[in-house]
Design a protein around this ligand. Structure first.
Ligand SMILES: O=P(O)(O)OC[C@H]1O[C@H](O)[C@H](O)[C@@H](O)[C@@H]1O
Length: 455
């Protein structure tokens, strides 16, 4: 069977002591059937986009142009960067780290306004041979916009034509980027308006830099489409998104407030970073759909195997019963390294000699899985037979769908993020944005009045 697999064995009783029972799941059969039907009927943007080839066609049209550059620099943050980073580190890691003899541009993703970080990227690129892809759904985000202004300033200071070194990815109608693009004729790709940032990896947001880096975007989308078929199954025991969402929900109700994602593969590690935004912003909500205060959410945490066995697993095994751990196993690594046999006097090391690193890593994964289960901690496993665009596309989509289901189970709106607004507003006010003068005053006064405690 092609694609990724889900192993839920250690989520269930009696395999783990405090495990969810099949009866618990059975009790939700009808409800889950209804939820799946509802989502398929509502067809949220991230589902709908798989049926529309226009976004893919558009980027394929400009493939030659974007690949003619030496450097491709994404300027975006949150949903306008995390999917891109996950794609590059997973499917194009050597290029992303600038280590290979490339035929495609080097990809940089600038998702912060840390001046040391931004400067270090700028140090590495020659503006003459660089294309900057400014990505912002809203076209207002301070980080993306300030980095855009910096890039633009550099382009202009070199006497280069902005049209030849900029491409925008933004809303089809709204936002300042769209306005600039219209006025100046800058090439611009559309983010479907009904697709929120954290669900947009399979739109031009993620696809363009993926294509620039030589990733098979068609296979990526094929993976997502095959997963759509799988998660459309109304039988919860055959639907990984539904079963996973329900298990997370039932554990959450029992006090399991944390969801750890722990890939045993450096290449797959930053999929967990993408997942963190998806799970956190979609499900962490103060109000439910009826306007009642509920303060729900499950904290997503990322960990790397085997590295974090030596940092986090003590807590996972013996700490509070508040975590569900999703291990990610890679069956076939692209490369492997054999551990040399040792001189017989070092008998304590002889068990390693002749084995491979992948064997060791996956045995460690098994060890963690076994230990977690013995300690009664719910854990599951996603298995990647290998890393390819199809499997990664499946991964993105199954989690998007699972998040939509979890949103329904929690009875919240999984597609908004009102909780991020206040911090943004303060930044606007204190950075002197027009219209925020009164608010700036209010903030300053409030802070001044505070009883200080600084050591
Ligand atoms: O794509 P943008 O509109 O620039 O948004 C980038 C990010 O900004 C916000 O803070 C939201 O919380 C994120 O969900 C979003 O992905």
């Amino acid at each position: 069977m092609k694609g990724i697999k889900f192993d839920f064995t250690n989520m269930f009783y009696p395999n783990i002591e405090k495990g969810i029972k099949y009866e618990d799941i059975n009790g939700y059969k009808n409800k889950m059937e209804k939820i799946i039907s509802e989502i398929l009927e509502e067809e949220p943007g991230f589902v709908k986009l798989l049926k529309n080839t226009k976004y893919l066609d558009k980027i394929l049209d400009i493939q030659e142009w974007i690949q003619s550059f030496d450097n491709f620099v994404v300027l975006g943050i949150g949903g306008s960067a995390l999917g891109n980073i996950a794609l590059q580190t997973t499917l194009n890691p050597l290029n992303y780290n600038n280590m290979n003899n490339r035929k495609t541009p080097k990809i940089f993703i600038v998702d912060n306004v840390d001046p040391d970080f931004v400067a270090s990227v700028l140090d590495q690129i020659d503006p003459h041979t660089t294309l900057f892809n400014v990505i912002s759904k809203s076209g207002t985000t301070a980080e993306a916009m300030s980095n855009y202004l910096i890039a633009r300033g550099i382009i202009e200071s070199y006497g280069l034509d902005p049209k030849k070194h900029l491409i925008f990815t933004t809303d089809p109608e709204n936002g300042i980027l769209r306005k600039i693009a219209k006025e100046e004729g800058i090439e611009t790709l559309e983010i479907p308006p009904e697709v929120g940032g954290r669900f947009s990896v399979l739109t031009p947001v993620g696809l363009l830099s993926a294509l620039a880096g030589g990733i098979d975007v068609i296979d990526l989308l094929n993976g997502a489409k095959s997963m759509l078929e799988k998660v459309s199954n109304k039988n919860i025991y055959e639907n990984p998104a539904a079963l996973n969402a329900l298990l997370h929900f039932l554990y959450y109700k029992n006090g399991y407030n944390i969801s750890v994602m722990m890939p045993y593969s450096n290449k797959l590690f930053l999929l967990a970073d993408w997942y963190r935004q998806l799970w956190a912003e979609s499900l962490g909500k103060k109000y439910n759909i009826n306007g009642e205060v509920v303060n729900v959410g499950q904290t997503p945490v990322k960990a790397l195997g085997a590295t974090d066995q030596h940092s986090q697993v003590q807590l996972y095994n013996e700490g509070p019963d508040d975590k569900i751990i999703t291990l990610i196993k890679l069956e076939k690594f692209e490369r492997d390294i054999k551990i040399p046999k040792v001189h017989e006097e070092y008998s304590a090391l002889s068990y390693l000699g002749g084995k491979t690193l992948s064997e060791l890593l996956n045995t460690e994964l098994f060890g963690t899985e076994y230990a977690l289960t013995e300690h009664g901690k719910p854990n599951m496993k996603i298995i990647f037979p290998e890393i390819n665009a199809f499997n990664v596309g499946q991964f993105f989509f199954v989690y998007e769908f699972q998040t939509a289901i979890m949103g329904k189970l929690l009875e919240i709106d999984a597609y908004d993020q009102p909780g991020v607004e206040l911090g943004k507003k303060v930044t606007y006010a204190l950075m002197g944005r027009e219209g925020y003068e009164e608010f700036a005053k209010e903030v300053k006064e409030k802070v001044e009045k505070k009883e200080k405690f600084i050591l």
